[in-house]
Structure formats: C-alpha cells, structure tokens
Design a protein around this ligand. Structure first.
Ligand SMILES: Nc1ncnc2c1ncn2[C@@H]1O[C@H](COP(=O)(O)OP(=O)(O)O)[C@@H](O)[C@H]1O
Ligand SMILES: [Mg+2]
Length: 577
C-alpha cells in the first residue's frame, strides 16, 4: 500500500523528473535524429542537385564538345573548299600586304607569269609590271584600295620571260576586326586573246571604212581614165606611124595607164575591182613570177624559192597573185638596203579550230601557204598595225606610195584568203599568205592562153550609158571590122536586140545602166534566145554582188579600164567557141 501510496509521490517527486528528464532527452534525441535526417535529406538533395548540375554541365559540355567538333569539321570542310576554290581557280589570285609584297599566289598566277612560288613570294607585285601601263592606272588603283574600295582595271603586264600580256584585275582590301586594312587581294584574268580579237576586229572595221571611201573615189577616176585611154588609143590608130604627134599620144596612153594602175591598187584594196578567178596551180604561178622577181631585186639580194613537188590548186586571178608577190618582194628589197636573203616558200596546211583559237582568224579548211621572208630592217609593232592602210608609208616622198600592201590586203581578201605578218625591228619580216585549196574543179575555170587580137565581121550590140566609153568602144570594134548596133541604156538595149536578134552575134553589156541593169537585160534576152553570147563590162562594181553572181554563173566579164587588145581577144574567144 505504502508502495502504492508512495508511488505517486515517488512518481511526482522522483520518477516524474526522472522520467521527465528521461522523457526530455528522448524527444531531444528524436529531434536530433529528425534533424540529422533532415540534414541528410537536405544534403542528399543538395548532392543530387549538384549531381544534376554537374550532369547538366556535363551534358552542356558534351553538347558544346559535339558542337565544337562539328564546327571544327565544318570549318575544316569550309577551309578545304575555299582553298580548293582558290588553288584551282581559273583566275589568278594574289594576296599582298599593304605595301604590295606578295604573301600568297595561286598556281594559276605562276602558270601565267612563269614565276615559281619561291621566286614570287616575298617580292613586290611590281615584278609583273611592264612599265607600259599608264601611271594613272596605278594612281587610281592605290587611291581606291587605300580608301577601302574595290578597284577594277586592266594592266599590260610582263611575264618572267619578258613577254607582255593583258590582264583584267579586281583588287580589294582585306580588313581586320578593327577595320584596319591588313592585305590586298587581286583576282586577275589574262585577256590577251580577247584584246587581240578586239584589236583585229577594230582593224578590220577601219580597213572596211577606208575601203568604202577609197572605193568611191577610185570609181569616178576609173571611168574618167577609161575614157582617156580608149580615146587616145583611137587617136593613135588615126595618126600616121611617123607623125611626131603619135609619140605624144603614146605618152598620154602610157601616163593614163600608170594612173589607171594606181587606181587599180585602190580598187584592189577596197575590193571593188573585178577579178578573174580561175583554177591555178600555185607552183606555176610562183614559178612564173621568178623572172619578174629577178628584175625587181638587186644583185646583193639572194633569192631562194622553195616550192613543193605536189600540185596545189587554188582559185585565183594569176595576174593578181603575181602582183601580190611582186609587192612583197619590192618591200623586202627596200627593207634590205645592204643586201640579204629573200625567201619565198610554198606549202600546204590545215586551218583548224585550234589555229583559229590561237591566231584569231581563219575559216577551217585546207590552205596553200605562201611565206615571204626577208632579212631586212623589220618593223616595230606600231608600224605593223598600219602597214595595210592605204597611203601608209615610211619611205621618203617619191619612193613609196603606201599602196602596195593595201592592194595586197584587198587582193588576198578577194581570194578568200588571209595575210599575217611577223616582224621585229632589226630582225627581218615574214609575210604569210593563206589561200584556200580547191579540191574539186570546174572545167570552165581552167586557164586560157593569151593571143593577139584577130579581126572580125560579126554584128555586135554595144549597150553602155557612158557616152565616151560607148563611142570609143564602138570605134575600136569598127576598126577591127565589126558591125555595131548602139544602145544607150537597158531599155534601148532590149529594144534593139529584139529588132535585130537574127543578126546579133554578141552583146556587150555594161553591168550598171539606167532604166534596166545589164543583168536584167541579160535575163530577158536569154529567155528569148538562150544561146545568146553576152560580155559584161564592169568598172567599179557599185554592186559587187552582181559581178560575183555573173562570174559565178560562168558568164563573161571584162573590167574597165580595158585595153583594146584585151577587149578584142575576149570577144574573139567568145565568138569562136
Ligand atoms: N618587208 C618589210 N620590211 C620592213 N618594213 C616593211 C616591209 N614591208 C612593208 N614595210 C613597211 O610597210 C610600209 C607600207 O608598205 P607598202 O604598202 O608596200 O607601201 P610603200 O612600199 O609604198 O611604202 C612601208 O613603207 C614599210 O614601212
Ligand atoms: Mg611597197
């Protein structure tokens, strides 16, 4: 009982505090446990967080890494492409520092200039300058690029071997992040070939224009001279052999023929001269000029002629090809005042696409090539550009007319050929003439023999609007026994023909006449009488096409001014067929 009674007291006084004490520490313990649990949780959380963060960071790094590896590959790829583009570019590319010293150049640049990498790198880009590009070009270049702008322009530059070439350049400054120019880059293109073609085109246009002009003047003179020559010849026939006046007339004819020859060179240059194309063996043509050549050149000049065995058939006016050779030989002689060697060679060759590409002229096909070379004084480039122009001469007054090569030029053009020249001052000159080789041959164009004129008795219709030419032609023919019917224009010719068609054996028709052209008259007449024989007369061919058509149709044509002999021979030849 006491225990029972005591218990509460015990409890109150002893146990309770004890218990209480004990009770307190348990709670505390519990709290502590809880606390540490919390801490642990917190720590765990934090560690997790850190871990997550680390993971995120790692992921990020991984991503970055992947990105950078990718970027690196991309950059490498980009770099590879860019360097290929630059190294394999068909443009020359050059990078210099701000002073123009070469830091980089691509293979194309070495290819064109002939310098090696070792020779060029570190040198100033001035090594390419020829001294022939105007200083203004460089001034404008530097002004532009130093102020940060691009520049485009053309240089005449020099290769390592001294050869000049035209170059189109685009030059731009390269700037760093601060906008400061650190380098220049140049993109260059070799435009020498284009320049050459342009130059040739300009030259051809100029020649065409000059040709038109001279052709027009020559035409009028030609008609006047025809009148003078025919009249003088006629006068000569009327004057006694021992009359002193006869010599005067002969001199008039001689002078007029000289003038006519001069005019002929102008007509030849302007390609307004009618030419008589026939098949010719080039071997024979050159051989026959040999005799003439030995008269032109002096004794201190050695003449070498090199002709192949094989026949080279060209369609040519032999007299004119002879003229070409004589003109070239005369010039060669004049270029060798102290003697030398004149070589004339003939060969054949093919003009193909590669040739046309290289030289900038020509039409594909087989050609006979005549090469005329001398060992004379030669010519500089400026002279070479002008030599085919009429009246261009470097010879003193009275020695040169400046018409020789103009004529050569026109004649070769008229033969559908080409002429080219190579020369250096002090090193002689070589002229190359290309004439198309004719593979198939037409009987009608075979060469004819020249004979002395014979008299005739046939009736001939002469249609010519120019009174002087008509009257003199008629007089010559009458002197040789022919009976003449006279017509003053196209209509008149047609009318007289119809009236007298049974008697008329030959018709002489001027190509260009008022009312009806010679060609139109011919077309009508040949419908009425297809076997009719017609000889066209032509001087200046205002319409070259008409003459071309006439010759192509195998019709007969005689060019003014003609001598009485030429006319009479031609007529007999036609009448006797
Ligand atoms: N073989 C050559 N060597 C040097 N110069 C030449 C030669 N052929 C022509 N030339 C030059 O071309 C110019 C023109 O020639 P050309 O037309 O024949 O006229 P010309 O002989 O009357 O002067 C000559 O004056 C000369 O300067
Ligand atoms: Mg000459």
């Amino acid at each position: 009982m006491l225990i029972i009674l005591l218990f509460p007291a015990l409890y109150i006084f002893m146990l309770r505090p004890l218990i209480k004490a004990q009770g307190l520490s348990a709670r505390e313990n519990l709290k502590r446990v809880t606390d540490s649990r919390d801490e642990l949780d917190k720590e765990t959380d934090e560690r997790k967080k850190t871990q997550n963060e680390v993971q995120a960071k790692a992921d990020e790094l991984e991503r970055d890494n992947r990105f950078f590896v990718g970027r690196d590959n991309q950059i490498k790829d980009q770099f590879r492409k860019l360097s290929h583009a630059i190294e394999q570019s068909t443009l020359s590319i050059l990078i210099t520092d701000v002073k123009g010293n070469i830091e980089y150049a691509n293979p194309k640049l070495f290819d064109i200039t002939g310098y090696t990498r070792e020779e060029a790198i570190g040198k100033n880009a001035k090594i390419f300058s020829s001294g022939k590009t105007p200083p203004e070009t460089y001034r404008s270049l530097w002004n532009n690029i130093l102020s940060g702008k691009d520049w485009h322009g053309e240089f005449l530059n020099k290769k390592k071997n001294g050869e000049l070439f035209w170059e189109h350049s685009t030059i731009s400054p390269i700037k760093n992040e601060d906008g400061i120019i650190t380098n220049f880059v140049a993109y260059k293109e070799d435009i020498t070939k284009i320049r050459k073609l342009e130059e040739q085109f300009r030259q051809a246009q100029k020649m065409e224009a000059v040709g038109q002009l001279t052709g027009g003047i020559a035409h009028d003179f030609n008609n006047i001279l025809t009148g003078i020559i025919l009249n003088s010849e006629l006068l000569k026939l009327k004057i006694d052999k021992d009359d002193p006046l006869r010599a005067r007339v002969e001199q008039t004819v001689e002078q007029a023929i000289k003038a006519a020859n001069l005019i002929q060179s102008l007509l030849a240059f302007s390609r307004k001269q009618t030419i008589n194309l026939q098949y010719a063996n080039l071997k024979d043509v050159i051989t026959s000029t040999k005799r003439l050549l030995s008269r032109i050149i002096r004794e201190d000049i050695e003449l070498k002629i090199n002709i192949p065995e094989k026949d080279l058939t060209i369609l040519a006016d032999e007299v004119q090809i002879e003229q070409v050779i004589i003109n070239l030989a005369t010039n060669a002689r004049d270029a060798m005042p102290n003697g030398g060697v004149l070589t004339i060679e003939v060969s054949d060759m093919e003009i193909d696409d590669k040739f046309i590409d290289t030289y900038g002229f020509g039409k594909a096909g087989r050609y006979a090539l005549i090469t005329v070379t001398d060992t004379g004084i030669g010519m500089d480039e400026d002279t070479q550009k002008k030599i085919f122009e009429p009246f261009f001469t470097t010879k003193e007054v009275g020695k040169g007319t400046g018409l020789g090569l103009a004529m050569v030029y026109g004649l070769i053009k008229q033969h559908e050929g080409y002429i080219d020249l190579y020369s250096k001052p002090g090193n002689g000159a070589t002229f190359k003439i290309y004439l198309p080789i004719e593979e198939s041959q037409d009987e009608d164009l075979k060469p004819r023999e020249q004979v002395v004129p014979k008299r005739g008795s046939e009736t001939v219709l002469v249609a010519e609007d120019d009174e002087i030419i008509r009257k003199t032609t008629i007089s010559i023919l009458e002197n040789y026994g022919y009976k003449i019917i006279e017509a003053v224009d196209g209509d008149d010719a047609l009318e007289k023909f119809i009236k007298n068609k049974d008697r008329i054996k030959l018709i002489i028709l001027d190509v260009i006449m008022p009312k009806k052209s010679g060609k139109d008259v011919y077309n009508t007449i040949s419908n009425i009488l297809p076997t009719v024989k017609v000889l066209f007369m032509s001087g200046y061919t205002g319409d070259v096409l008409q003459v071309k058509e006439i010759t192509e149709r195998g019709l007969h044509i005689i060019s003014k001014p003609f001598t009485d002999k030429a006319l009479l021979i031609k007529m007999r030849e036609m009448l006797d067929r």
